[in-house]
Write a protein that binds this ligand. Structure first.
Ligand code: AHG
Ligand code: MN
Ligand code: MN
Length: 324
């Protein structure tokens, strides 16, 4: 079986990018080992702190953030980073050529119930004319990402990675090496499975309500087939299921906080997941434009997210177009 580094070398990935990906993986392996110890280290539960988004942080949100941040700060390659758990970008090496955005622990409401969580990351180039590091440097559309991926801390610890030439999956062995276990993953174009938090139904816009209503009608409805539903509340786990067997994931805009364009964050959730999904032949939109075409205005910008099997996402868009 091919090791991560061997595989990337075969694909002619630059040595710098290989070094950065390996560095990120060293941090993720540390997060994985913390998660495995859990209560044995007294690290479950709330940190009783709030992040810049007004969310209460779990102890492991803070621990995972510190691990990834301190690891990246050691690298000569990293100019700076932006994290869900940091108010502003954090500088690293003033000569570094890459910027990294990350969600240190995605799905953190699932930590205490021992359900899968993950780390999501996106790698961007530092702009040529950038001096030092600032928040503005990160405001690049998703279609400029050099690489993106996530580590899923589930029954197996997996790295799902794209460097812009398809999506590949690596499994962490007991020897601490990631091995290539699935090459060039493709999302089926059609599906009979959807993922949405149904408890928000009354806050959705009409097109999403109409679309989901029609799915629920099954064989007797306009879609003419029976649909199944899943909601893990960890985006990493949902995207992983979609990469594995297809599906559509939706976290649409809703009227609970009408001034925000959505719940999920563009720079370290929307963009990296969209790159993976598109690289696997799927589609990802905010219902107005493709997510990776959005010009970000702030590092913690929110976005609506509809992603997954291409034909199903097209159908969601048809419901929106009809309503315009
Ligand atoms: P995070 O734990 O990084 O804040 O992200 C949680 C996200 C995402 O992973 C998941 O799809 C969604 O929030 C779940 O939201 P609800 O609890 O509203 O269903
Ligand atoms: Mn998240
Ligand atoms: Mn998070």
């Amino acid at each position: 079986m091919l090791r991560l580094t061997q595989f990337l070398k075969q694909k002619e990935t630059s040595n710098d990018l290989i070094e950065l990906i390996n560095l990120l993986m060293s941090a993720c392996k540390e997060v994985d080992s913390k998660l495995q110890n859990g209560d044995l280290e007294g690290i479950l539960g709330s940190a009783e702190l709030e992040n810049v988004q007004g969310e209460v942080q779990k102890k492991l949100d803070v621990i995972a953030n510190d691990i990834v941040k301190l690891t990246l700060q050691q690298s000569k390659l990293v100019r700076g980073m932006a994290s869900e758990e940091e108010d502003h970008s954090v500088a690293a090496n003033p000569e570094g050529k890459y910027l990294v955005t990350f969600d240190p622990l995605d799905g953190s409401s699932n930590i205490d119930v021992n359900v899968s969580v993950g780390t999501i990351f996106s790698i961007l180039r530092a702009p040529e004319d950038l001096v030092g590091c600032n928040d503005e440097a990160f405001l690049q559309a998703g279609n400029t990402q050099v690489a993106a991926g996530y580590v899923l801390y589930g029954p197996s610890c997996l790295l799902v990675l794209t460097t812009g030439e398809g999506v590949n999956i690596f499994t962490l062995g007991h020897n601490g090496e990631f091995y290539l276990t699935r090459e060039n993953v493709r999302i089926p174009d059609t599906t009979q499975e959807f993922a949405i938090n149904m408890s928000n139904q009354r806050f959705w816009e009409q097109p999403i309500r109409d679309y989901v209503d029609d799915l629920l009608l099954g064989e007797e409805g306009p879609r003419g087939k029976r649909y199944n539903m899943r909601w893990v509340a960890s985006m990493v786990a949902e995207v992983h299921r979609i990469l594995t067997r297809g599906g559509v994931f939706m976290y649409p805009w809703d009227s609970r906080e009408p001034h925000k364009p959505g719940k999920l964050r563009l720079m370290y959730e929307g963009n990296p997941m969209s790159m993976l999904v598109e690289q696997a032949g799927g589609r990802s939109t905010n219902t107005k434009i493709e997510i990776m075409n959005v010009d970000p205005e702030s590092i913690h910008e929110r976005t609506a997210v509809i992603l997954g099997s291409r034909e199903e996402v097209d159908t969601v868009m048809d419901y929106h177009q009809k309503a315009r």
